[in-house]
Design a protein around this ligand. Structure first.
Ligand SMILES: [Zn+2]
Length: 353
């Protein structure tokens, strides 16, 4: 999923996303709750009507941003009260408010509200935090079921938390699976921990989640982390990385990262990635992209974004093909060469601030 934090994938529009072939994008409830507000979006016909995007939307619960962006916040058993980063107003977010907001947004896949711990966290923080998340998950599910969620054709995903405690992570996964969601996310990872620790926890969590339902690793999207997590049983990802790197003139290619501002590309008339068949690589040269960035032309950011998303889309296609042909291990090795030690890039969650 490309990330459209504030109902827009930065520098692109809905027609671009359609053309890239992504069936699903992520939008952030926290940002849309504060501006323009769920009632306006509902009046516009939900996110689909408001943005003109023909595909589907997945919305997060807003919890992650409350914990990562808002300075003043108070967690109670009811939910969380926080100060808006836009105008300082006090705003309340509870599982009920979150689901209600996501229903008004007309989201296709809604996420339960959860509490996300930072990395590292005090060991004693994990258990009480998981209790809050489990309570909020149940309340999210109850509100969704009793307010027309299933009838609206939307789906609700649970989220596995548990911090960085191995035993709690595993327990959180089996408790969440028992609640019976349409899909399962693994949250609270890719928040600054070493990638090896994330993969170790995934190995504990994934076997507890039903194989017949989608499994979604939140906030993860570097090529290497994606391909490794797929091998561990993950189906779905979101990450701001491809679009953010693009705006910083870094291209994702089959040979690794390409920093297009570098002098070496000044008169390089090859396509940005000769192994990529996206419209940008078919039409433009490295020299032109480099020039656009140096000249401060917005078109540079836009072309880089289009290419990076096309790259992620073909990476996922190649992963599916490799699974069918039983050569996923070879593909992982290829991506390790391109994005392994020395070339690594880490995933990130939020794109707004
Ligand atoms: Zn390309």
């Amino acid at each position: 999923m490309p990330v459209g934090t504030r109902a827009a994938v930065k520098t692109l529009d809905a027609a671009d996303i359609d053309a890239l072939g992504f069936p699903l994008i992520l939008a952030n409830t926290y940002h849309l709750l504060l501006r323009p507000g769920p009632d306006l979006i509902r009046e516009a016909g939900g996110l689909h009507g408001f943005t003109g995007f023909n595909g589907n939307f997945l919305t997060d619960s807003g919890g992650f941003q409350v914990f990562s962006l808002s300075k003043l916040r108070k967690v109670t058993s009811e939910g969380v009260v926080f100060r808006s980063h836009l105008d300082g107003a006090m705003v309340e977010l509870s599982p009920e408010v979150s689901i209600d907001t996501q229903l008004k947004l007309g989201s296709d896949i809604l996420m339960v509200m959860d509490e996300c711990l930072a990395y590292p966290h005090p060991p004693e923080a994990a258990e009480p935090s998981l209790r809050i998340t489990m309570d909020w998950e149940k309340r999210s599910l109850k509100y969704f079921n009793s307010h027309g969620g299933p009838e609206s054709g939307s789906f609700l995903f649970g989220i596995v938390q548990g911090g960085f405690d191995r035993e709690l992570r595993q327990r959180a996964a089996s408790l969440t699976a028992e609640l019976g969601f349409d899909g399962y996310a693994v949250g609270g990872l890719s928040v600054g921990e070493p990638p090896a620790l994330m993969h170790e926890l995934l190995d504990l969590v994934v076997p507890e989640l039903p194989e017949s339902k989608p499994r979604y690793l939140m906030g993860v999207g570097s090529p290497l982390e994606v391909v490794r997590a797929v091998a561990q049983g993950i189906d779905l990802f979101d990450c701001v990385l491809p679009t953010r790197l693009a705006r910083h003139a870094v291209l994702l290619t089959w040979k690794g990262k390409l920093k297009i501002r570098n002098q070496v590309y000044r008169s390089d008339f090859l396509p940005p990635d000769p192994d990529c068949s996206c419209p940008v690589c078919k039409r433009y040269s490295r020299a032109y992209l480099r020039y656009l960035f140096h000249a401060g032309e917005f078109t540079g950011m836009r072309l880089a974004t289009l290419h990076n998303l096309a790259f992620m889309s073909s990476l996922m296609k190649e992963i599916r093909q490799a699974i069918r042909e039983e050569r996923l291990a070879d593909l992982i090795r290829k991506i390790e060469v391109a994005y392994g030690a020395g070339n690594s890039i880490h995933s990130q969650h939020d794109d707004a601030i």
